[in-house]
Design a protein around this ligand. Structure first.
Ligand code: ADP
Length: 213
């Protein structure tokens, strides 16, 4: 199965992706996490993209598509994509590369729908474990240790600490989704992401099983 998941920043893409890969035995490609790893490696590419990611802008398609293609080589065709495609050009590239490599296409496209004011509140409240990438909300977090991997390296993302980066990511998301919704209209599962984590997971799973029958 190949799933891609869309949602504005703060919609729970990362959280739901981790639950879904366990449930359906998939490998995860999270483009945002890949980019942040490249940035923290201090490589030439990392230095080139650092400012772009931190200010909330999208990286050029050429760089992202190459990165994605390399990951697909490593991972195979049972996968969940978080953060790709983000525009029509990337969607067309994905169709083409999956066709060439595996003679198949994306099976399911999940769209997490979230009100902007809730997204903004969640982002202002979000901290991330630098080691295992678990996501927590500051207001409901007790202590300073990651529950999952026991790391103490919990931080706010640079692009979550800057209101202009948050607004840019949300407005760019809405702009690009118009084309993507149309491109994937036959495969799109719309999910209400204003609800709690468990309710969102349930809605996704029930729509996936209905869709795959
Ligand atoms: P969010 O959903 O909160 O914006 P992500 O972790 O998915 O967070 O992405 C963080 C940043 O990484 C984006 O703001 C953008 O700069 C870059 N990025 C991620 N995916 C893509 C992509 N497919 N194309 C271009 N840039 C991307």
């Amino acid at each position: 199965m190949i799933i891609t998941i869309f949602g504005p920043p703060g919609s729970g893409k990362g959280t739901q992706s981790n639950l879904l890969i366990a449930k359906y035995d998939l490998k995860l490609i999270s483009v945002g996490d890949l980019l942040r790893n490249i940035i923290s490696s201090g490589s030439e590419l990392g230095n080139k993209i650092k400012g772009i990611v931190e200010s909330g802008n999208l990286i050029q398609d050429e760089i992202i598509c190459k990165l994605l293609k390399d990951q697909l080589e490593l991972i195979g065709d049972r996968l969940l994509l978080d953060g790709f495609p983000r525009n029509l050009n990337q969607a067309r590239f994905l169709t083409q590369v999956l066709q060439e490599k595996y003679n198949r296409d994306v099976d399911v496209v999940i769209e997490l729908q979230l009100d902007d004011d809730i997204a903004i509140n969640r982002l202002k409240n979000r901290i991330v474990c630098l080691d295992c990438k678990s996501i927590y909300s500051i207001s409901s977090f007790n202590g300073d240790i990651c529950v999952k991997c026991k790391s103490t390296r919990l931080e706010k993302r640079v692009d979550d600490a800057d209101m202009s980066a948050i607004n840019k990511r949300i407005s760019e998301y809405h702009l690009q989704m118009k084309g993507l919704r149309d491109y994937y209209k036959e495969k799109l599962l719309k999910i209400n992401a204003n609800l709690g984590v468990d309710e969102v997971t349930q809605e996704i799973e029930s729509k996936i099983s209905y869709n795959l029958v």
